[in-house]
Design a protein. Structure first.
Length: 453
């Protein structure tokens, strides 16, 4: 069974847009060629295509992250399969361990890829991405854009322009070790469980003196449970909605899991042993993860399954939420090979490729017919409750779909870290209020300078 290193985990978090990416390099791109304004028509795809000799191949530089072995195999399959199907195309991979950082730096240096993959944080490059609306409309019968989940479509556009083609998504949910539940004599969690259930189950499993813990939530990168309290900003990204009594309670509960309840490993333990490695080693009863853990989990020696994040009982009713992290493909708007790049990403976001990727556990497919098909929901592969991803998608909130997503992540992460730390320089309420105010400052600045406030 392969053990993930801490470095691999940090790379995965960064590549999904869960950590800040190259602030200085982002600033260097400020003068890049912008996308057409909403409603404007992009230049014809073939207008900038250079002539080429008969039989000459077109080379596309394709950016793809390799932050885990599974992601590396996924990208290699895409590249090799497409070149086999299209012998007139040569695809040169631009591999990396942080997609947003890599693309940002190469744009600033004048050597961007023609096309590539981005995860969370992609709107930071919105001025550099080709507007795809006309191409999608032109090839509507092939693209079948309405096959995609509406929430995913909303999360892969900015200011009314489609700048990326969705592939799929992941939602944070709970992986649980059936053996540890059996050993503790505890019933398995179900799709309608609550946070009180999680605490009770975790307490029955936990034995900290023997390095055994009931639950492991992330401790400082993607904060999925925060979305139980709803979006962090309004629909237009003009007003921060971060502060609420419920969000303060969630922040406090989070720390209590390891600090007072003693059912989660404290940060010092996970820093030494790793997050996923502890679950893989059978030391964690319940682990908050995403679809990126499917392929490694299928190699585990113990039995396991998944469920959505629990329901939160609150004074005004039940609340449920989690984060949604999108995967999408883009074309740089200065590429001389717009048509070839479009044909490539159209195929890579199409039914054939996504059916294969879904069956291999590489992605929760963004196309609804594939998500409900034998390739994913009825594949017969573990986990038994793989539909938990689709259930989670119903109440998930897309992660920071804003050009300043890295700054917003820091605006949240810094005060929460101050609360989570042993010194606790901020209370849960103070940390939540500080994050709220920080977000508002960032939104006001963006609309004043970029959004034409």
């Amino acid at each position: 069974m392969r053990k993930w290193t801490r470095r691999e985990l940090l790379r995965a978090a960064g590549a999904l847009g869960l950590a800040a990416a190259g602030g200085a390099a982002l600033a260097a791109c400020a003068g890049a060629t912008p996308a057409p304004a909403a409603g404007e028509t992009a230049a014809p795809a073939a207008a900038t295509e250079p002539p080429r000799a008969a039989g000459e191949k077109v080379k596309l530089v394709f950016e793809w992250p390799q932050y885990t072995p599974e992601k590396a195999r996924y990208g290699e399959y895409i590249i090799n399969t497409y070149m086999e199907k299209n012998p007139d195309i040569e695809i040169e991979p631009m591999y990396n361990t942080n997609a947003l950082e890599k693309v940002t730096i190469t744009i600033a240096g004048g050597t961007p890829p023609d096309c590539g993959w981005l995860g969370g944080g992609w709107p930071a490059l919105w001025k550099n991405l080709l507007v795809l609306d006309d191409l999608i409309q032109r090839d509507a019968d092939e693209v079948r854009i309405d096959d995609f989940y509406p929430k995913l479509l909303d999360a892969t556009q900015w200011l009314g322009q489609r700048l990326t083609m969705p592939m799929g998504f992941t939602c944070t949910l709970i992986y649980f070790n059936k053996k540890l539940f059996d050993d503790a004599g505890v019933d398995y969690p179900t799709d309608d469980w609550t946070w009180d259930d999680l605490k009770q189950m975790g307490a029955a499993i936990a034995d900290p003196e023997n390095n055994l813990y009931g639950v492991m939530l992330d401790q400082g990168s993607y904060y999925a449970p925060l979305f139980i309290a709803g979006p962090i900003a309004d629909e237009d990204w003009r007003n921060s909605l971060f502060y609420s009594d419920l969000r303060v309670y969630i922040v406090q509960m989070w720390k209590d899991l390891w600090n007072t309840d003693k059912i989660a490993p404290p940060p010092a333990v996970t820093a030494e042993q790793g997050l996923m490695p502890m679950f893989e080693a059978g030391r964690i009863g319940m682990y908050a993860g995403g679809s990126w853990f499917l392929e490694p989990a299928r190699m585990l020696e113990f039995d396991w399954d998944i469920v959505p994040l629990p329901i939160m009982r609150w004074s005004d009713g039940d609340h449920r939420g989690t984060g949604m992290w999108t995967e999408e493909l883009f074309i740089i708007n200065t590429t001389p090979h717009k048509e070839e790049a479009w044909q490539f990403i159209k195929w890579a976001s199409g039914p054939e490729l996504l059916t294969w990727a879904a069956s291999e556990g590489h992605v929760v497919p963004g196309r609804m017919p594939i998500a409900e098909s034998e390739a994913f929901a009825e594949s017969g592969k573990k986990p038994d409750n793989i539909r938990a991803f689709l259930v989670s998608a119903e109440f998930a909130i897309p992660y920071l779909v804003h050009p300043m997503s890295s700054k917003i992540a820091t605006a949240v992460g810094d005060p929460l870290s101050a609360f989570f730390s042993l010194e606790e320089t901020l209370s849960a309420k103070e940390a939540t209020q500080t994050a709220h105010d920080n977000i508002q400052v960032i939104l006001d600045e963006w609309w004043a300078t970029e959004g034409g406030a």
